[in-house]
Design a protein around this ligand. Structure first.
Ligand code: ZN
Length: 293
């Protein structure tokens, strides 16, 4: 992606290198549990959309003092540029539909962070918290994407940020609210199916954004480079529920899927990239989530 020199978003809060105080939480599971507690207290209209990428449930206590001294200047700039393009895109889209749109905020952190959905460590991976309308991004995640998941290239990270902003769009459209209301009326297995649809729709929206970006240029050069779409697809493939379960537990339990299979994630991203509109992104009306590839 040709991103250098592009506008950087002003809705970015840099909390990297900051300690959040002494809390111990169990990786991905910790935030899910906390989100559920918040959800019950609030009467069911809250809940973090956590993208626990590869989050295993092994309880871990983390250091309160930042362990990373790495210079993340480039990652910060990149994330701010992607976030600015996402602002441009979604503001235009909502304006065209005469719908109000409030920009989300991007919170950059290292090690750990506090959100309105509860505290989180970098083990949780990027997530969106509807309660404060922030996208939380651990700056070391780009490294993790390439080393742990084999998803290299800057656009893999752009896809992840676009996916999280997709959750914000769902929040703005009231979709997340509707899904949350279902949460305490159905079984876990059934709720997981709604969660999968929510996640695949966020992938679809990331695809829509990519189509938009494909038509943009900066100083006469197209912003998207050859291979960018493939980088997103590689990332989508790597973080599918079936692929992650195979890798971490050696077998696949479809009932426990919350994000969709690798193939489904790829197909919905591709579909968004193909159509670039909201009409074709109704995962809740689709009988067959596999789509035709
Ligand atoms: Zn998600």
């Amino acid at each position: 992606m040709r991103w250098r020199g592009n506008r950087q978003s002003s809705n970015v809060e840099d909390r990297s290198g900051r300690s959040t105080g002494k809390i111990a939480t169990g990786g991905g599971l910790g935030v899910v549990v906390i989100a559920l507690i918040v959800f019950f207290i609030s009467g069911g209209d809250l809940g973090a959309v956590t993208d626990t990428l590869g989050g295993n449930s092994t309880p871990t206590t983390y250091q309160t003092t930042p362990t990373t001294t790495k210079d993340y200047t480039e990652q910060k700039e990149f994330a701010s540029v992607v976030f600015a393009h996402l602002e441009d895109y979604w503001n235009t889209e909502f304006k065209e539909s005469n719908e109000p749109y409030q920009n989300p905020k991007l919170v950059l952190f290292t090690d750990s962070v506090n959100s309105a959905c509860g505290p989180a460590t970098s083990q949780v991976g990027p997530f969106y918290c509807p309660a404060d309308q922030n996208v939380y991004l651990d700056l070391s995640f780009a490294d993790e994407l390439s080393t742990k998941y084999g998803a290299t290239g800057d656009y893999a990270m752009a896809y992840v940020i676009a996916h999280e902003v997709g959750h914000h769009v769902q929040n703005e459209l009231g979709i997340s609210d509707q899904v949350d209301k279902i949460r305490n009326r159905v079984s876990t297995t059934e709720y997981n199916q709604y969660s999968v649809r929510l996640e695949l729709q966020a992938d679809y929206l990331a695809g829509c954004f990519t189509k938009y970006l494909a038509g943009k240029s900066y100083q006469g050069q197209p912003i998207l480079e050859t291979g960018d779409v493939e980088e997103a697809l590689t990332a989508a493939n790597a973080i599918g529920d079936d692929t992650l379960q195979k890798e971490y537990q050696g077998y696949v339990v479809p009932d426990s899927f919350t994000h969709g299979t690798s193939q489904q994630r790829i197909n919905w991203f591709k579909r968004g990239y193909q159509y670039g509109d909201l009409e074709h992104g109704n995962t809740f009306n689709e009988q067959n989530l596999d789509l035709a590839s």
